[in-house]
Write a protein that binds this ligand. Structure first.
Ligand SMILES: Nc1ncnc2c1ncn2[C@@H]1O[C@H](COP(=O)(O)OP(=O)(O)OP(=O)(O)O)[C@@H](O)[C@H]1O
Length: 540
């Protein structure tokens, strides 16, 4: 066999090295009023890391959903390892060796890694019990083969974000995937986790797997991808070699024009306090009933786990205060406490001098707080309602949505149109449901809505998550302009460049406590990332 292969070995090696694992030819997908994909062609060499980049709404997710059998193309052909395939469901794609790692992890917290990995993929016929020992063995084997370092018996709730992602990757490998699709895999990672993920991906491709991933972070794309496809307005505009382009050039290919240069930063911070948070304390509800009115110190002494531990800060008119932290360290609770969405055990919140601690969320909004929520599907939008109705959501008592005591449809519609134009929301119209917008365009709509009506304070959780570089720059401009006009902003973000670039002051939250103040003018993303994981906490 070896002998036979040796004849023309070079030719065979070349053929193997360049064989496409995935080929998409002429893919077209139409939705009412929109062509999401138009004659897309893409070819991914086996053993390559291939990035798909493009503006919000360019059609990246649709294309990946087609490849994963979640959506059917109207036209076009998919080939896997040279053979034409026809997927009707993700099950078909999985059977063909394709796995998808979603941006929002789909793991059950209170289960072990092993239970999560085998969940749903261990058929029980005739009452036969699952063979846990075999599953554990297989997980260990996969983990070792690809250097994933996953412990099958760890409880998922004890794992950090990077580890959870490795479990998700292992889960698709366990199901036999040879081609992995990753949807914005680095969006939730801190810099050193990104490096670890890239190391993992390199091992995977070295072992013969093929990886396709979507990303908005062009520097990262250039660092890890072997090849890149650029999609603009539904169609492929370029296939590029990462060694031959810069991030700026890539961004220009995406948007089809030259990008504006970033602005320099001037301080607009005044000495007028807009938000004052004092001694904010929240006990873990899992800790059971706790003494009413107990302080953080008393709760700590009683051994109660605190989600927010005695947090105090002020934000002035014209100031952006950034909060950096690894996800799950109290950021969500802090935002919910300030918005009055969750009860606190101790502390006060005041807005422009008024104590609002006892106010409802609606009253806080009416009092001048704009709110860009972390989870746009749960708190930000009604997906099954048209855009103009979403303009009213959370703003149902204020202009331009009301006239007297009535909802002003015409006013809301007109203002929705304004937001669509000002924030470049790509949509066929304001009557389509929010569900029909791409993720990034949904985000632009929320940002536009929450910046309306000149709020005194904006609470912005991951304001540019999922938006492309062009839209990100536009949202930053809007934020800077509003800040110059006196807006106070509480900025929570996993994007460290965003935090450093926009914040006038920057605090680090860890296990519900503010553990460090850093200077955004001098800190590097790497230093910030290590402060977030507690390195040097004692000296902070
Ligand atoms: N289920 C749907 N119904 C109607 N239109 C849709 C649907 N899904 C996507 N679209 C439209 O198809 C286009 C492409 O959307 P897609 O989600 O693929 O973009 P994307 O490149 O992934 O964007 P983002 O970076 O914002 O996630 C958009 O105009 C979007 O509004």
């Amino acid at each position: 066999m070896t002998q036979a292969l040796r004849v023309g070995e070079a030719a065979i090696t070349t053929a193997i090295a360049t064989e496409p694992a995935v080929e998409l030819k002429g893919i077209t997908k139409r939705f009412p009023g929109v062509v999401a994909n138009r004659d897309i062609c893409l070819s991914v060499t086996k053993g390559h890391i291939h990035a798909v980049v493009g503006e919000n709404g360019a059609g990246k997710s649709t294309l990946m959903k087609i490849l994963y059998g979640m959506q059917r193309p109207d036209e076009g052909e998919i080939r896997i390892d040279g053979a034409v395939v026809n997927f009707h469901t993700p099950g078909d794609a999985i059977a063909a060796g394709i796995g998808m790692v979603h941006q929002h992890f789909m793991l059950a917290d209170n289960f072990t890694v092993l239970e999560n990995v085998i969940l749903g993929s261990e058929p029980r016929k005739g009452g036969l019990a699952v063979d846990f020992a075999a599953a554990r063995r297989k997980i260990k084997e996969i983990s070792d083969a690809y250097s994933l370092g996953v412990d099958p018996d760890a409880l998922v709730e004890d794992l950090g974000v990077g580890d959870r992602q490795r479990v998700e990757i292992l889960k698709v490998l366990y199901r036999g995937a040879r081609i992995l699709i990753l949807d914005e895999p680095t969006a939730v990672l801190v810099p050193h986790e990104v490096d670890e993920l890239f190391d993992n991906l390199r091992v995977l491709v070295r072992e013969g797997l093929t990886i396709l991933f979507i990303s908005h972070k062009l520097d990262e794309v250039l660092k890890v991808a072997d090849s890149i496809t650029v999609i603009r307005r539904g169609t492929t505009v370029a296939s590029v070699d990462p060694r031959e382009v810069t991030a700026r050039k890539l961004a220009e290919l995406m948007v089809g024009s030259e990008l504006p240069s970033p602005e320099t930063r001037e301080s607009t911070v005044t000495d007028v306090v807009t938000l004052e948070v004092s001694g904010l304390t929240m006990a873990d509800p899992g800790a059971g009933p706790v003494a009413k009115g107990a302080s953080a110190e008393e709760l700590r002494a009683a051994g109660v786990r605190l989600l927010l531990d005695d947090i105090s800060f002020t934000i002035h008119k014209g100031e952006v205060l950034g909060i950096a932290g690894v996800e799950g360290n109290g950021q969500a609770e802090l935002v919910e406490a300030i918005m009055g969405m969750r009860a606190i055990n101790a502390g006060t919140v005041s807005l422009s001098g008024a104590d609002i601690t006892g106010w409802s969320t609606l009253k806080r909004r009416e009092g001048g707080i704009g709110f860009i929520p972390e989870d746009r599907h749960r708190h930000g939008l009604l997906l099954e309602a048209p855009l103009w109705e979403n303009r009213i959501l959370g703003h149902q008592t204020r202009e331009p949505n009301v006239k007297g005591i009535w909802i002003d449809r015409a006013g809301a519609r007109k203002d929705t149109q304004r937001i669509v134009e000002e924030y470049d929301v790509r949509t066929p119209g304001i009557d389509v449901d929010a569900a029909a917008l791409s993720g990034g365009n949904q985000q632009k709509l929320i940002v536009g809505r929450e910046m309306s009506g000149e709020p005194a304070l904006l609470i912005a959780s991951h304001p540019t998550r999922g938006v492309d570089v062009g839209a990100q720059a536009a949202i930053w401009d809007h934020l800077r302009n509003a800040r110059a006009a006196g807006l106070a902003v509480l900025l929570i973000s996993a994007d460290l460049d965003e935090l450093i670039g926009l914040s006038d002051s920057l605090k680090v939250i860890l296990r519900g406590r503010i553990v460090a103040d850093v200077d955004p003018a001098s800190v590097t993303p790497e230093q910030l990332g290590s402060a977030m994981t507690g390195a040097g906490e004692e000296t902070a």
